[in-house]
Design a protein around this ligand. Structure first.
Ligand SMILES: Cc1ncc(COP(=O)(O)O)c(C=O)c1O
Length: 384
């Protein structure tokens, strides 16, 4: 029987490779480094937690299933999943095409690969698929990578269109699904070869852990990712799997509430005289509203607001009481940050402006508080 994603998430313990003989309602945490080979038999023996662990496998099996993939590796951070992808599919002098609007940590990692391994990175605007095709025609591209929605620009990439062009030129295509999550969008169904994500955000949902995962479309790709995960020591520890598993069953209701609250706050800010623009795919004013609704079941509660001056943005950050000045997103508490100063400080001012992010842009991650409290906090912070 094919079950909905949220039903699978509510029954996470059923994804254990070996069912618990006591029928425990939470799967056991094997917090061990090693396993005794003399005490196991059959094909599926565990020897060392870096290579395989029954607790981690629960998450890996679940993520493989809900992303409709062929295998998954859970990693110790979200950026480790990005690094593992690069370590697996890139070599010295490889060419990659990356959406210019990407997470600052991914951008920094690409700069390292450029400097150390002469990887050639073509940063492009993925809204113009014909520009990607031009690069693909003229260069041997090993990998295409984008987020959708993008962080911080909140662009929606037509994943099916990019997958089509990547297949035509035999490139691999990876989607960073950290914002939307598999609850909302399944990139492998749209033609991607990899769906990777930071589980630090909405998936764990409580700001208590940093972690990530990468799901592969085919068994062959999954095997290669698994090989490098073990060789480079990218795998996640079992206690973090436990923390993530506590948030997973409620992902759908949290995503819904994040979206609902974020829409109220974004609509309010759109009307304020101190704001010049609010960029949020759930707003009708977003140029890709239709695509966002078609491609995602829920719109993640993350948006950007351009204040009319840097001073106003800074005053707002200083004076709000409920909103913490924190990076990351997808936690129960609402948070704000200036991407140019924090999450995307690795970009130059010009690189940020090219993707529509100003020094006065504030990124909002809207949490699960009562939205009236959030509005009251915003009103008392800016008195104009
Ligand atoms: C889109 C995106 N991908 C990857 C990462 C990296 O995840 P982590 O912080 O868990 O390493 C982040 C972190 O903010 C992100 O926003």
């Amino acid at each position: 029987m094919s079950l909905h994603v949220e039903t699978n998430l509510a029954h996470i313990q059923d994804f254990a490779t070996h069912p618990d003989k006591h029928g425990a309602s939470h799967f056991p945490i094997y917090n061990t480094g090693t396993f005794d080979l003399k005490k196991q038999s059959g094909d599926e023996v565990y020897d060392y937690t870096r290579s395989g662990n029954p607790t981690r496998e629960v998450l890996e099996n679940l993520f493989t299933h809900v992303e409709n993939g062929a295998g998954c590796v859970c990693t110790h951070t979200g950026i480790a999943a990005v690094a593992l992808l690069f370590e697996t599919v890139l070599k010295a002098n490889s060419h990659v095409i990356v959406e210019a609007d990407c997470y600052g940590g991914t951008f920094r990692l690409l700069k390292i690969f450029e400097d150390k391994y002469n990887v050639i990175v073509h940063f492009k605007n993925f809204l113009h698929v014909e520009e990607l095709e031009e690069v693909l025609k003229n260069n041997p591209i090993d990998l295409i990578l984008c987020e959708s929605p993008t962080n911080p620009g909140l662009k929606i990439i037509d994943l099916e269109a990019v997958a089509k062009v990547s297949k035509k030129y035999n490139s691999l295509f990876a989607v960073d699904n950290s914002l939307a999550t598999f609850m909302s969008q399944r990139p492998l169904d749209l033609g991607a070869d990899f769906s990777l994500f930071s589980t630090t955000k909405y998936i764990s949902g409580h700001g208590s852990v940093v972690a990530g995962a990468i799901v592969s479309k085919t068994k062959e790709l999954a095997k290669q990712i698994g090989f490098y995960a073990n060789a480079h020591g990218r795998s996640q520890n079992p206690m973090d799997v436990f923390l993530i598993s506590l948030g997973i069953p409620t992902l759908k209701i949290r995503m819904k509430e994040h979206e609902k609250n974020a829409l109220v706050v974004a609509e309010f800010l759109e009307e304020q005289s101190y704001i010049s623009r609010v960029t949020f795919p759930a707003l009708k004013s977003h140029s890709q509203y239709e695509l966002a609704k078609k491609q995602m079941d829920f719109i993640p509660g993350l948006f950007c607001a351009d204040f009319k001056s840097v001073e106003l943005a800074e005053q707002f950050i200083e004076k709000t009481k409920i909103f913490g000045e924190k990076c990351s997103f997808g936690s129960p508490d609402s948070r704000i940050e200036i991407p140019a100063k924090i999450s995307h400080a690795t970009f130059s001012k010009e690189e940020l402006e090219a993707i529509g992010i100003l020094e006065s842009t504030v990124r909002f991650s809207i949490g699960l508080e009562n939205v009236e409290d959030l509005l009251a906090d915003i009103k008392q912070a800016i008195d104009v």
